[in-house]
Design a binder for this molecule. Sequence first.
Ligand code: NAD
Length: 479
Amino acid sequence: MFKNLIGGEWVNGPRVSPNINPSDTRDLIGLYAQAGPEHAQQAVAAAQAAFPSWSLSTPQQRFDILDAAGTEILARRQELGDLLAREEGKTLPEAVGEVVRAGNIFKFFAGEALRPGGEALASVRPGVGVEVTREPLGVVGLITPWNFPLAIPAWKVAPALAHGNCVVLKPAERVPGSAWALADILHRSGLPRGVFNLVMGRGSDVGAVLLGDPRVAGISFTGSVVTGRRVAATCTARMARFQLEMGGKNPFVVLDDADLDGAVQCALQSGFFSTGQRCTASSRVIVTEGIHDRFVAALVDRMKTLKVDDARKPGTDIGPVVDERQLAQDLEYIAIGRAEGATLAAGGTVRERNADGAPGFYLSPALFTETSPAMRINTEEIFGPVLSVQRVKNYDEALATANDTAFGLASGIATTSLRHATHFKRHAQAGMVMVNLPTAGVDYHVPFGGRKGSSHGPREQGRHAAEFYTVVKTAYTQA
Ligand code: NAD
């Protein structure tokens, strides 16, 4: 039994949840204790008790702990990657890549602990000095989704600790294994009791306690727009700080002058890899008419070569959908696309068993063509391996179509024109813009986040993470 970590103790809960492998639903990864609301309150109390001392810890202490955690994560990349692929269903190479990212994030924020910013300025009044410094926020509640079971907890926990905050982490119900492994690493890393707490359980009770508890100074949330709205409403009512990273409907524009093979590879990678279950996945490819037919033909050809199979099997390109509920959502949108009059040019077929006969949630990547901007498959996040192609006349129409969305996380373009690339970088209404690169796949040391309905609040990751995890103080001294 894998337990919750509260105040340095491993604690049972009122319920137990099985962690099931979506590549083979007969495979039980483990039983995970589910915390109740009272455990969330205990975790907040433990974090609050640990804060006065941790907030005054030295940069060296914080560096040593975060650096050691990063070293262990990196050293165990194969084993943790195997666990991650087994519980979430992304392929083993993708899962190992996510583990490496998590390890590197801890290393980066270990360095950040040693680099506290600050300014010393002359006052406008004679003989007075002014200092502007950053202090930790306090107890932070971190609520994470299922699609990056290790990297997203890492990119919230590491900056929170580096900047001197105490943490209560509530991971997604569907993938507790990787977050538990992280808790185990942090528990053994030398962190004082209560500085980091893990409560596994339902959003509606455990998560809701974190949102409403006045002792929690800030909530960093990644997940769906629907839950994000609830986080915003609850935190606003009690004037707590919050940060939201939510859905996407990311466009990838392909212009007539693009390198065809490169554009197809980008669309394939960001449309279908990780089973399309990435907030930065491209779900709309917007193609100018001069290259449209060649692009679609080449993409369909490449799609035929993709192997959908057990996530941990060598040679698998695309693992299973995470669970039955997500599969049902993907299939519903495929049915909606057909009913809306789009052409299903490839894929969209379910297999209940993989090549070895293991039961799982296998869906072949689906491509819709002849779609129009108002279709629901072009406006709503599906979060599966479903890509739609929109035909446009020219660059101006492509840019307008790319921006015609309620979301604004990532936006990509394939072009050999410097003029169009430069214009697109400036005018794409997204937090992240990619030129001749897939929309999914970002660096760990630079800001991550979006605009419009995709994000709210300061950016995550890189040096910008300090904006959320610290408060600014201005101090005046009369010499
Ligand atoms: P979700 O909103 O269902 O759940 C996210 C987390 O919120 C989970 O831990 C859940 O238990 C918790 N939660 C649910 N209800 C809650 C409540 N009432 N109070 C407090 N917490 C609550 O999202 P999901 O299905 O796990 O994740 C998929 C979504 O995440 C997609 O929309 C995807 O785009 C988004 N996502 C965004 C990013 C990004 O950085 N923009 C990254 C990854 C995933």
